[in-house]
Write a protein that binds this ligand. Structure first.
Ligand SMILES: Cc1cc2nc3c(=O)[nH]c(=O)nc-3n(C[C@H](O)[C@H](O)[C@H](O)COP(=O)(O)OP(=O)(O)OC[C@H]3O[C@@H](n4cnc5c(N)ncnc54)[C@H](O)[C@@H]3O)c2cc1C
Length: 538
């Protein structure tokens, strides 16, 4: 993010303000302050933090997936001493069998599912991945591709003893073209590092998410991750130009073009975007990076109700148009949890809802003028009751961290039942209200937040511990509700292990059948990420 270079707020405020006000304006401008100058300024005391690292509590004792869920091991071979020796020949010194090292790779980020793999492989090259998969194919060994292991649907860790194939060492940038903004890199590059790399060259990555500090670009593509820039730059289905993929039998499929236009038949790369490691292992990515915006502003606003949130969104689209780059919302309970578990400070008055609006543009003055106009209108019409604006990099980060770290705060609150759904935007919050009544005190918290601009709700229910009774109250209720409102049961997180059986709520039987046929064609032995993405019957 670029710091704003120009003073965004009208000069009279600086001239007429006492010293504390002046300081506040440098750190960021409160639109609420403009209305109620007697309010003491609420400085954000949170550290400038963006991205998930390793702050999730390391609670021992995650139950084995095979014990918690009714799933049977398929008749794959077991890894033998001969297999380990073969892997050692392919990737000398990078065959991990130490139980302590394997523990981390066997458990997901949320600490809700756990496999019992006995081996993790760390290839560096596509050729090594190909040799590994050829061997696994011959020996009928199941494989779990793993990137940063930040996935939220249990897809990134084995269900039983599948071999973990990590892309962590496949972290080289292959090339970057500073006219076109096309980046070619290996699949294991960490998203945040790629963003730094292209930022230094005047570009940004077209996607951004709270897990940026750990997730890999290959994992992002494999899950077709949406995230915080989706509103502006759209889906990876548009920005990924080419992929290199190793198929289940070891065949290298080179679709790594850097062409914006290529209508030579079927667009094969699309099959692998969002396939969650079930059709092939992505080894390299070609991606189009947009130019780095020269001016970035973030407004964090308090809102009296969800109807007002929707009206602010309409106003925002109308008034900010081409510079609007994110429109996120969170409810009061989310704010309470980031305060309670992460000690982040609420930067505005307490409100039922909060909105984060980001603008990114090429002219600071122009953007400032537009944002001021929008904020004035939102305040005057009572749609917004308080707000603050980030005008420098630090404040922008502090405001973003309130939204980005909700997932992390929830994981500190207990066991989390997670739902990531798309709905018509006007119905986006109804299910949260409905569930609060339905679940009553059996849930600790029922919260709603998400990418409102994309019609994507993150609905989360926390409890002291996993509870089958709570699960039964939630499922299939959440899915039937979503399907009845013509929504999608997975907006951006994918299906993984946890959501594979609910595919039918969003896809017709004919579509599910075709997906099964594609899987059978590309991976006839079903070795890649078994028990995931497709329902057992597909
Ligand atoms: C704090 C936090 C915030 C998040 N925010 C968002 C968000 O805003 N939007 C969003 O969409 N997601 C979000 N996620 C979910 C997650 O970060 C994304 O799904 C991410 O794209 C996963 O990348 P990864 O490298 O960690 O993949 P992993 O978690 O390792 O794997 C995910 C899936 O992809 C497969 N896979 C991984 N690498 C490859 C490969 N090279 N080839 C083939 N298959 C592969 C795995 O087998 C698995 O099925 C968030 C997660 C966290 C923890």
């Amino acid at each position: 993010m670029l710091p704003r270079q120009v003073i965004r707020w009208p000069a009279w405020i600086f001239q007429a303000s006492p010293e504390w006000w002046r300081t506040a304006c440098v750190l960021g401008t409160s639109v609420g302050q403009q209305r109620w100058p007697s309010f003491p300024w609420r400085l954000c005391s949170a550290p400038a933090f963006r991205g998930c690292h390793s702050t999730v509590p390391r609670v021992p004792g995650v139950m084995l997936t095979s014990e918690r869920y009714p799933v049977q091991r398929l008749p794959f071979s077991m890894v033998s001493e001969e297999d380990l020796a073969a892997f050692e020949r392919i990737i000398p010194g990078r065959v991990v069998t130490d139980p302590a090292d394997l523990e981390v790779a066997n458990v997901d980020w949320l600490r809700t599912v756990r496999g019992c793999s006995k081996v993790l492989l760390r290839p560096r090259t596509t050729e090594e991945v190909s040799c590994i998969l050829r061997h696994c194919h011959q020996r009928n060994l199941a494989v779990n591709p793993q990137g940063g292991n930040t996935g939220l649907v249990g897809g990134s860790v084995p269900v039983f003893d599948e071999i973990i194939l990590s892309t962590a060492l496949m972290n080289q940038v292959i090339s970057f073209h500073d006219v076109s903004g096309i980046l070619l890199c290996q699949a294991g590059c960490v998203l945040e590092e790629l963003n730094h790399y292209v930022q230094e060259r005047g570009f940004i990555m077209p996607l951004d998410l709270g897990a940026k500090g750990s997730c890999h670009i290959g994992g992002n593509v494999a899950t077709n991750a949406g995230g915080l820039r989706f509103l502006r730059y759209g889906s990876l289905r548009g920005t990924v130009l080419g992929l290199e993929v190793v198929l289940a039998d070891g065949t290298v499929l080179d679709c790594l073009t850097s062409l914006r236009k290529d209508n030579t038949g079927y667009d094969l790369k699309q099959l692998f975007i969002g396939s969650e490691g079930t059709l092939g292992v992505i080894t390299a990515v070609s991606i189009l990076c947009p130019p780095r915006p020269k001016a970035v502003n973030v407004a964090f606003l308090g809102c009296p109700g969800f109807t007002e949130v929707l009206q602010v969104f309409s106003t925002c689209k109308g008034m900010l148009g081409e510079i609007l780059s994110a429109f996120e919302f969170m409810d009061a309970e989310c704010m309470q949890l980031v305060g309670q578990h992460l000690h982040l400070t609420r930067p505005v008055q307490e409100s039922p809802f909060y909105i984060l609006v980001e603008t990114s543009g090429s002219s600071g003055d122009h953007d400032a003028e537009k944002l001021d106009g929008f904020l004035e209108k939102a305040l005057d019409s009572g749609l917004v009751t308080d707000g603050t604006v980030g005008t420098d990099q630090r404040k922008v980060q502090v405001l973003w961290s309130l939204r980005e770290r909700i997932t992390e705060a929830l994981s500190h609150d207990g066991y989390v039942f997670k739902y990531d759904i798309s709905l018509p935007v006007e119905r986006l919050y109804d299910l949260v209200i409905d569930l609060r009544t339905r679940l009553g005190p059996s849930a600790k918290h029922v919260v709603g937040y998400g990418h409102l601009g994309d019609g994507n709700l993150h609905l989360n229910v926390t409890a002291e511990a996993f509870s089958t009774a709570l699960l039964a109250a939630l499922e299939p209720y959440v899915y039937t509700w979503t399907a009845a409102h013509r929504g999608s049961v997975s907006a951006e997180h994918g299906l993984g292990f946890k959501k594979k059986d609910v595919l039918g709520y969003s896809k017709t039987p004919a579509a599910v059948q075709l997906m099964g046929q594609l899987k059978a064609l590309l991976d006839p032995k079903g070795l890649l990420n078994p028990y995931k993405t497709l329902p057992a019957c597909a």
